[in-house]
Each structure stands twice: as C-alpha cells, then as structure tokens.
Design a protein around this ligand. Structure first.
Ligand SMILES: [Zn+2]
Length: 333
C-alpha cells in the first residue's frame, strides 16, 4: 500500500490552496513545509543497517500518521532484539537490486501499532529534491505467516453472507507476513525512485514527479491511475474495498468465485493489483519474486464446507507470467 489517505484538515487546507491560488505551487509548498518530508530530519546514513533505521525521529512520523489517518491511537512499536534480527534477515532476502536501492533511499522504518493496513511507503525529499522514502509496517505482520496475511487481505473485500464458504491463499506458512510486506512496499520504493509506472500516487502527479516517456509494464493495461482498460472487462474492480469498516460496501462472499474468475481472465496477479497501476507493479514484483525466485507456491482456494470448489494459481497463467519481460527490476534474478 502507498501513501493513501489525507486528513479532513488537509482536504480543507488543500481545497483552500487550490481555490485561492489555483496553482499546484501552493500544494508543493504545503508538502515541502512538512518536517517529515525532509531527509535532514532522519539522521540518514547509507552505511546504517536496516535495524538501525527503525523508528528514527519516531515521534515526528507518528504525529504525521496520526493526523493523516485521523487516528490518535496509533503508537510506535519497539521491535525486540530478536525481531530486529528478523527484519535484517528479511531485508537480505530481497532481490539484490531492491536491497541496494533501499540502502541508498530508505531513511526510516516504523512499526505502528493498530495501523489501518499492513504497510505503507511514503516519500521524502533529499537535499537536492531527489526522492527518498520511509516505510511503515503494522507489527501484526511479524505474527502472521505470508499465507495468513494474504488470506486476511483478500478476505477483507468480502461480506460473510455464506458461512460455509472459506477462502484460503497458500503462499508460505514458513515465512512471516513481513516478507510479503517488505517485497510489496520496497517495490513501491523502486517505483518512487526509478519511476516504473507513470506516477506512484496522485500526490506525485500534482507535484509534477512523473515518469517521462512510456511505462512499459503498465501502459497497455491501464487507461488511468485506478482504471484498467475497458477491454479487460473487470466489472468487480470498482467494488473492491480492502480493510474497510463499511460492511455494506463489501462484495458478498457468495460471489467470491466470480470475482476470482474475472481475475483469472486478466493479466493481473492478485485482486489488490487491480486497484491501481502502482499496486499492480508492487504486487507483481512481490508475487513474482516469491513464486519464481523463492519457489513458493501461490494458490487461491475456495472451499464450501471443506470441499475444494475452486482453485487458481495466477503464476501459471501465461498472461501474467509474460509481463515479467517488461520489468528491469526482475532481470537481475
Ligand atoms: Zn501498495
């Protein structure tokens, strides 16, 4: 997940800026005036290990997140010594290209209790205005396995109207969910820095930080940031809501098979990847790496009363697999 929500205060402020100045310069100024947007405030040293980057300037980032999500209950989680070892070990599992980029461009890592999603990547400015990043992680990913986390994520889109229906996504019971979150979020870091998609977030578009030229991975599948091209005919796409508390907007689990059958016909590798071109990129990099480099399985299974009634493995789909040719980040595997 990427930086997604802005507070009511920010919306009002931004609206005032837009209507009074009618210019993105005011917006850029507002972003630039935020202390958390500046590398200077993170004691950044590229030689530091990743565990040394945990919770640096934590109060500053915590205040930002509390305001952004209007949630004063967020708090910093201090990983134990053994969890710090796991963080370091899991970074070492990343593709070397991404690992090296994170050493250069990831300024801080924050574990936030009760964070609304499993992870988030946000951008900050270096001295020359170049892009650095911070990473926010929900500590629950240290407890859940990759399979549990992925199942939990997809299940959050469905209303449980038939209690006999059960979704299970098998990837790994061995690795903690942290592996998937690190792969997904650090793919956003690649995108922020290297611009693989036209832009990672609408904020970047307003700031004029966009890709020049074609985006080889996404151009042929997306007509706009959140809109897959019409010919893909993804009718459930607009109804997918992850981690929402608005139960009435969720899709009934009676339609679960139809939703995955739609995915099966598409070039996308997960439900979440259909929500924007940025998520398409991050999901692809993470799931491609887990299935093709770490040799983990990735099977979506639906049961009715413990009878398997549907099964689908996205990386056995040629339409999905062939997209890897367009990704330079995967060429070093
Ligand atoms: Zn994401």
């Amino acid at each position: 997940m990427i930086q997604k929500r802005i507070s009511i205060f920010s919306i009002i402020f931004i609206t005032i800026v837009i209507t009074s100045c009618d210019s993105d310069r005011g917006f850029a100024e507002q972003i630039s005036n935020m202390p958390m947007r500046h590398l200077d405030n993170y004691n950044f040293n590229r030689e530091n290990s990743f565990s040394q980057r945990l919770n640096v300037s934590g109060d500053m980032v915590l205040s930002y997140l509390q305001e952004m999500d209007s949630d004063p209950n967020y708090s910093l989680y201090d990983p134990t010594e053994s969890e710090k070892v796991i963080v370091e070990k899991y970074f070492s599992l990343l593709p070397s290209y991404i690992y090296d980029l994170c050493k250069e461009r990831l300024a801080g890592i924050y574990f936030i209790n009760d964070f609304y999603s499993s992870g988030l990547t946000d951008f900050i400015y270096g001295d020359e205005g170049d892009i650095y990043t911070i990473l926010v992680i929900n500590p629950s990913v240290l407890e859940k396995s990759v399979s549990e986390l992925f199942t939990y994520k997809d299940k959050s889109c469905f209303k449980n109207e038939n209690s006999d229906i059960r979704l299970e996504i098998d990837i790994s019971d061995f690795y903690r969910g942290l592996l998937y979150i690190l792969l997904h979020e650090t793919a956003h870091i690649v995108d922020y820095v290297e611009r693989e998609t036209p832009f990672v977030h609408m904020t970047m578009k307003r700031l004029g930080i966009v890709k020049e030229g074609k985006a080889a991975f996404t151009d042929q599948y997306w007509s706009a940031y959140r809109t897959p091209i019409d010919t893909l005919e993804l009718k459930y796409n607009d109804s997918l809501r992850f981690y929402t508390e608005e139960d009435d907007r969720l899709i009934s689990n009676r339609n679960m098979i139809s939703v995955y059958k739609e995915l099966e016909k598409s070039p996308f590798c997960s439900l979440y990847s259909t929500t924007s071109w940025a998520e398409d990129y991050a999901e692809y990099v993470s799931l491609f790496y887990m299935t093709q480099a770490l040799n983990l399985k990735y099977n979506i299974k639906i049961f009715d009363n413990d009878n398997l009634i549907y099964e689908f493995a996205p990386f056995e789909n040629e339409k999905v697999l062939k997209r890897a040719d367009k990704l330079k980040v995967l060429s070093s595997l």
